[in-house]
Ligand binder design. Structure first.
Ligand code: DC
Length: 217
């Protein structure tokens, strides 16, 4: 981060509400917005499209180089299966390095950005002025995911979604390169019992506290 840019780093597990929160905060503080999960999803989607195995390192690297942050199509990339596949290509260190470079360039463009993902506060933008670690219980996250799928006209079993979420947590937290974990200086926000508006207000109060510290003199 430079004096001219503000970075808000938001990390946390799948389905914790990071995406909606990031969008609200980017609107409120007039910052650019990057859902870094979409970059890993774009790599996974390219491999799936060509019928290539998700551990094909050379193909995944090529796909990562071709990721254009301005052309990430949320409609195509938001499919549940693409998220599962993304979590698998995300263990490849060279893929991470290629995507992290693009994410850093985005973050350093004035006026700054809200980035959400798994390793923003720890690896992508360790200098971010504000770091939030947003989490929620796995059963709450599974219920939210199910509601999203049903809202888009899809169908799924709660137990299957819960198992996928737990598997994804294990992969995202257990991988060797850039595992999901809160940065030591991250503010923790558990949204299990919060509606989105409440989570937004809680985050805003944390951020305003950092940006405009009260004069204690
Ligand atoms: O946030 P999401 O569900 O769209 O992310 C999909 C997968 O991408 C996630 O399970 C792990 C990976 N990911 C990552 O490793 N690092 C990030 N900064 C963002 C996502």
């Amino acid at each position: 981060m430079t004096g001219k840019t503000l970075t808000i780093a938001i990390d946390g597990p799948a389905g914790a509400g990071k995406g909606t929160l990031a969008r609200r905060l980017a609107d409120h503080y007039r910052l650019n917005l990057l859902d870094t999960g979409l970059t890993y999803r774009a790599v996974a989607h390219a491999l799936l499209q060509y019928g290539l195995p998700l551990d094909n390192v050379a193909a995944a690297e090529t796909a990562a180089r071709q990721v254009n942050l301005g052309e990430l199509d949320r409609t195509v990339l938001s499919a549940h299966a693409v998220g599962e596949a993304a979590s698998k290509v995300a263990v490849i260190p060279t893929v991470r390095r290629i995507l992290v470079e693009k994410q850093r360039a985005f973050a350093s463009t004035p006026p700054g950005a809200v980035l959400d993902g798994r390793d923003i506060g720890t690896v992508v933008c360790p200098e971010a002025r504000i770091k939030l670690y947003v989490t929620a219980r796995a059963d709450v996250r599974a219920r939210r995911r199910l509601a999203e799928i049903e809202a888009m006209g899809g169908q799924a079993e709660f137990e299957t979604i819960l198992a996928d979420i737990e598997g994804r947590d294990a992969r995202d937290m257990g991988r060797e390169d850039s595992p999901l974990r809160p940065a030591p200086d991250a503010h923790l926000l558990d949204t299990s019992e919060m509606a989105i508006e409440t989570a937004f207000l809680a985050a805003k109060s944390i951020i305003d506290g950092v940006l405009q510290p009260r004069n204690t003199a």
